[in-house]
Design a binder for this molecule. Structure first.
Ligand SMILES: [Zn+2]
Length: 293
């Protein structure tokens, strides 16, 4: 309700409409009764699966569209990242299930680290596997142990979580956009420079923007928002992902322009000043304070 009040105050200032909260993604307005019916949903920035905080409201439709596609891909990417960290020894545990492929057959397993170093035990799961495959995998492993030398034998381990990397990047784009909205407000989110970003977030599976929005951010901070000059743009860092967003003054097709420029000139570096990371709806460009006054 507090987020609704703060948002509605900003909507009144910016769009001249009273008593409505406008979804920052699709632009549809909702009154208090609709909010109480559950038409608006708390959105985590970044997604909850990567440790985000609920700081904005979006409409149920936008939330579930992205949830089924982009956010689902993001959480699978996170599982894969943890799995790789486990396999290279940067993480001691991996809770998820993995696929263990021996020859043509794959069985589901758990991985457990023991002893020092990278010694890893694979525990083949009973219930969820085809019993014949479990037996074959067990037989294969027993033979290796009996022979005492497994050099040259191969088996493949996968996280068992395949996803579309582009959809995960759309989830990054959405998280960065919502963080920027929370910090800056409707004047930013609905500026013409951001139109194609909002379209891409509403239709994650269509290629509306070609991906030049993923950037490397040279900072130890987990969350960071920087207003950069030359070209003017907003750089948002969400844990392991960096996202480039247009600024208010950016021309239409800004991201495509950046892509063309980097293809021509190589690496583009930008520097700028940090903006306070939003812990709720700050909406600083809309002229409301954090209490919605
Ligand atoms: Zn919406």
């Amino acid at each position: 309700m507090k987020l609704f009040r703060v948002g509605a105050k900003a909507v009144a200032r910016v769009f001249g409409r009273e008593g409505l909260y406008v979804c920052p993604i699709c632009g549809r307005g909702f009154d208090m009764a609709a909010a109480q019916r559950g038409d608006l949903t708390l959105e985590h920035v970044p997604a909850r699966s990567v440790g985000g905080k609920a700081i904005v409201l979006t409409c149920r439709r936008c939330n579930s569209t992205a949830g089924y596609t982009a956010d689902a891909a993001l959480s699978k990417r996170e599982i894969n990242r943890r799995f790789v960290e486990f396999m290279v020894g940067r993480r001691d545990e991996f809770e998820g299930h993995i696929g263990l492929r021996i020859g043509a057959d794959e069985v589901r397993a758990r991985v457990v680290r023991y002893g020092d170093g990278l010694d890893t035990r694979f525990e083949i799961l009973g219930g969820t596997n085809n019993p014949a495959r479990v037996e074959a995998a067990g037989h294969y492993m027993s033979c290796l142990v009996e022979r005492g030398d497994a050099t040259g034998e191969t088996f493949t381990v996968s996280s068992g979580s395949s996803y579309d990397p582009r959809l995960a990047k759309v989830a990054d784009l959405k998280a960065a956009f919502l963080a920027a909205f929370a910090a800056l407000g409707y004047r930013y989110a609905f500026s013409s420079a951001l139109a194609s970003v909002r379209q891409q977030i509403q239709r994650p599976e269509e290629v509306i923007l070609h991906d030049p929005w993923t950037v490397a951010v040279g900072s130890e901070d987990e969350f960071l928002m920087v207003l950069a000059a030359e070209p003017e743009c907003l750089v948002v860092k969400l844990r392991d992902s960096g996202v480039l967003l247009p600024w208010l003054t950016s021309p239409e097709g800004f991201l495509d322009e950046v892509k063309a420029r980097s293809a021509r000139d190589g690496l583009i570096q930008v520097t700028g000043s940090p903006i306070e990371w939003p812990k709720g709806l700050h909406l600083v460009l809309d002229g409301v304070d954090k209490e919605g006054r």
